[in-house]
Design a protein around this ligand. Sequence first.
Ligand code: KIV
Length: 294
Amino acid sequence: MSGEPQTAASDSSSGAEQNPYGGASAPGGPKRVRTRHFQNAKRDGIKITGLTSYDQLTARIFDEAGIDFLLVGDSAGNNVFGHETTLPVTVDELIPLARAVAGAVTRAFVIADMPFGSYENGPEDALHTAVRFMKETGAHAVKLEGGERSYKQIRRIVQAGIPVMAHIGYTPQSEHGLGGHVIQGRGEGVQQLLADAKAVQDAGAFAVVLEMVPADAARQVTELLDIPTISVGAGPHTDGQLLVWTDWAGLTIGRVPKFVKQYANLAGILSDAAKEWRADVEAGSYPNSEHSYE
Ligand code: KIV
């Protein structure tokens, strides 16, 4: 939602936050990003930005940088807890992370990811999980995976007044069912992708993540829907972009997906710092008088 500041008149919702655009530092940008700002951004062709965050330090930095939304993703299963997949991570493990992120931001919209096993059992289970995230963390919305198969769950949560971000295409919680990291929506698969997209919009989702689908399929979904589409490896023709922050910042150990552009090399920076500090300690040059009390 960065770009040219718009006139107050362009925000039909009016009220205290008159201009829905601009990063945190843009004059007239929203004090707090709300679901209507996602909708307005799509309407006006302003790109939406999102990163994952699992802690208060990164949340503060990304919020101040003007990132529009922070996802407390179940990718914490890999990136915080060291699992090979997102499957083992639990609601009880994600709640403290979501609380830390939500407590650190002033502008960004915070979305808590509903982990595997916390909503598949049906709409009431899904609502129970969503209510826990909203009451116990201060997050502003929840996200869950699945298109047509998650219609009832999304609908029930939205009916309770909780905004839902949907997630279709490649859905990591179904990794084994999908046969690995397989691009979705290719060839005839685009029909299922479009049906899933329509289903989550009809269920009341305010936005939908498209993960690992061909750029042209994502374009078709974006043109079909009234709600904004957010790409994670779905190319440029969507209303916004989302990346896993540890991939994007070069902290992830091992393979990162082809669609990730690395904007930093944090692993290298931290490794160099650790080696330098170890050498200083071993050589007796740290701490010196500057870092000691009288
Ligand atoms: O958990 C996560 O980080 C996600 C994104 C990859 C969409 O679900």
